[in-house]
Design a protein around this ligand. Sequence first.
Ligand SMILES: [Zn+2]
Length: 324
Amino acid sequence: MVENSETKYIGFLQMTDNCLTCGEHFSAESFQFSLGDRRKGLSGIWQLVKCNNCGVISMVPMPTDEQLAAYYDAYSKDDGVDLTRRTGVHYPRLRKLFHQISGDVDPRDFMDVPVGARVLDYGCGQAGYLCDFHDQGVVISGAEIAGHLVDACRNNGLDVHKVDDFSYIPFEDGTFEIVYLMQVFEHLRDPRGFMQELARILKNDGVLYLILPNAASVWRKIFGKNWVTGWFVPFHLFYYDRPMLAKIAREQGFEVVESWSSTPESWFRLNLKAYLYPKENNLDWRQTWLDALPMRLIIMIFLRIFELPLHERDCLVMKFLRRK
Ligand SMILES: [Zn+2]
């Protein structure tokens, strides 16, 4: 599978479109390919372009607020808030060990939270991580756009604020020591403006974690268009690698402290399904023989061995420090 193979330029691209991360004009050469949704059953075709200047790949045209609202209606079939208290004495250690085998990236495994530090989970969704941190005594807040999730969290005593607009994070300047975004940043329409907002709500020397798909992943090249954990239109609006993120962050006074990547078994399995079932466009809900526990274990072991020498895997974690 080669990304540029059979699709042709289909003409959505307007020469007036600019790259939203660096401002450069797109040209006809910027066009990469067009894609349909494979995961949520949405109909439509979306177009990806690569900026000739900064290299960021993005969706063109950017969806409007109304379009995004309609897309997200199809996003989740399970709207419940996960408030199960699962914290136990041995649980965090076991969880971390399991994640080392499964490849899952979980902020609870690697985030060092000093006593009394304020933490924000932006885009907390069903609040799984937030809940656990809260139960461990971390002073954590959340921000979320889905009103019913915000209400459910608040009813359970969690400090979750409603996001009305992605251009404003609903907290005051210099509120947090730590902010993390789990699979959120690539869904946002204005990366530069949002990075500025992140810098605003963080204290000096505050820490930012971005966890998102890695555009430099080896699996992108191997799976081609079936790399559906990355090429996830119309939800992923941008595709970044480490240097691109470092550049956007540096403009707002962040410096990269460390970064690493890992391929979760569940991501690999989804991409494999996309390859095996090319006509399927409801992959997120398609159960197959690959989901059986023995298969999952085989995939985990394969991934951990195969990925050992690799530097660029599917899920990227970047840790930044905000410097004044
Ligand atoms: Zn650009």
